[in-house]
Design a protein around this ligand. Structure first.
Ligand SMILES: *Cc1c(COP(=O)(O)O)cnc(C)c1O
Length: 435
């Protein structure tokens, strides 16, 4: 095992060429494999559960393009719908019935969404929803949580300040402190910190934003009581609660994390699955809040390709297949089986797996963390060292230990059983080198 060296000649060559014309050779940093080392593979095509690279290697895909591909690659129904629409025109810059249909579908499915607007990415959805919340409340202050990712708009590229500072510091060069000073950052899973923050700043807060189930910095599943306290405190202080369901929307059942926790947010953001693999984001919620948007109200927001018809049919076709919740339930069952097949055979190690719905996260620590500080950095390093060994055996895991994995409907129990066996054997074989 592990002896087969994959052929990576073409990927290596392309990476070299791409690096000359694109920073780091990539259009999104984690694709560069910097955390895990090794050569990033260049993808040739995806089919069902598998990715094929330019050197002819085949991988069982656990990345799912970071979440959108819950049906697997090139789902025949989605492909057919997209082809039909492409032949009818790819963009009009005017309204189509498809936008109404996708909006109406989401409004009919999600209690908290009365009105929704489409954009082209999750980042854009979050950027727009923050402006909407500020415009509606007339307040500037935003609250976010350490370990939650909401895309890369300036006011959310924030890390906790040092010591007791509540207000954030930029987490990226190029973001002015004047902007991040309007964003407070709290740890997850900490009722006391939440209560204290609202006691001092609640009445100045425009909105708190939190990931449905934080899944961008490990999988940090929150307790129901904590989420309900956040809902209660925002409401008490006249601040809006924004649930970022870009990952969890239509993956954690049809109702997403809002239904999972039994909370009713004021605003929600979507992306990933609702575009069926095309670039889409959306934000929606209370219609009295959404109606501050132009042309009805004073908050400006727009987009040349917003509500793009090709993206709308991809989303509509995907969501229609998910609508009765059967696929999500089957994926949850597959995930449970997969996780227990691994954990039951690694009981004496420090390895564990966090799992919910069709999401799992491989961790090299016994206790599953619920906040960012409790993530064991050595454990992340173990994952990163193991990544190439796993790739060599035909499993495409996300190229960073902080990233979660997704199971898709194209993966069968047999495929998952084989993948579980590979993971168990590799972890057993490698573990002694890590202590
Ligand atoms: C992916 C993600 C985003 C950003 O979406 P992009 O389409 O990558 O801009 C925002 N929030 C959450 C929770 C995400 O997972």
């Amino acid at each position: 095992m592990g002896g087969i060296m994959l052929k990576k000649d073409k990927s290596k060559k392309l990476m070299d060429l791409a690096g000359r014309v694109t920073p780091g050779g990539v259009n999104s940093p984690v694709r560069a494999f910097k955390s895990v080392g090794g050569t990033p593979i260049f993808i040739d095509r995806g089919e069902g559960a598998y990715l094929y690279d330019v050197d002819g290697n085949k991988y069982l895909d656990f990345c799912s393009s970071w979440g959108p591909l819950i049906l697997g690659h090139a789902d025949p129904d989605v492909v057919a719908a997209v082809k039909t629409q492409v032949e009818r025109g790819m963009t009009f810059g005017a309204t189509t019935e498809l936008e109404y249909q996708l909006a109406d579908f989401i409004v009919s499915q999600i209690d908290a969404v009365e009105s929704i607007r489409f954009v082209s990415s999750g980042t854009e959805a979050v950027m727009s929803v923050i402006r909407t919340a500020r415009g509606f409340t007339g307040r500037d202050l935003i609250l976010k949580f350490e370990g939650c990712y909401h895309g890369h708009s300036d006011h959310l590229l924030v890390q906790a300040g040092s010591g007791l500072a509540t207000f954030g510091q930029p987490s990226s060069a190029g973001v002015p402190e004047a902007i991040t000073s309007q964003t407070a950052v709290l740890p997850l899973d900490d009722e006391e910190a939440l209560q204290e923050f609202f006691d001092h700043h609640g009445d100045k807060l425009a909105a708190a934003i939190i990931e449905g189930i934080p899944a961008n910095n490990g999988l940090l599943i929150q307790r129901h009581d904590y989420m309900r306290l956040l809902r209660a405190l925002t409401e008490k202080h006249g601040a809006l609660l924004i649930l970022d369901e870009v990952i969890t929307g239509f993956r954690v059942g049809m109702g997403g994390a809002a239904a999972y926790y039994g909370i009713h947010p004021d605003l929600l953001t979507y992306g990933k699955i609702i575009g069926g693999g095309m670039p889409v984001g959306a934000f929606g919620g209370r219609s009295d809040v959404m109606n501050v948007l132009s042309p009805l109200g004073p908050v400006y927001q727009a987009g040349t390709l917003s509500g793009n018809p090709v993206a709308m049919v991809a989303g509509l076709t995907t969501l229609a297949k998910l609508a009765n919740g059967r696929i999500q339930a089957e994926l949850e069952e597959k995930n449970r089986r997969f996780v227990s097949r691994i954990t039951s055979r690694l009981t004496n190690s420090t390895f564990n797996i966090a799992g919910i719905a069709s999401i799992f996260w491989l961790v090299f620590q016994r206790d599953l963390p619920r906040d960012a500080k409790s993530i064991d950095r050595d454990g992340i390093a173990h994952y990163n060292r193991m990544h190439d060994k796993i790739l060599e055996q035909g499993l495409y895991l996300p190229p960073s230990g902080y990233e979660v994995c997704f199971i898709s409907a194209a993966q069968t129990d047999d495929m998952l059983d084989d993948a579980a066996d590979i993971l168990v054997a590799t972890i057993k074989q490698e573990a002694h080198q890590w202590v």
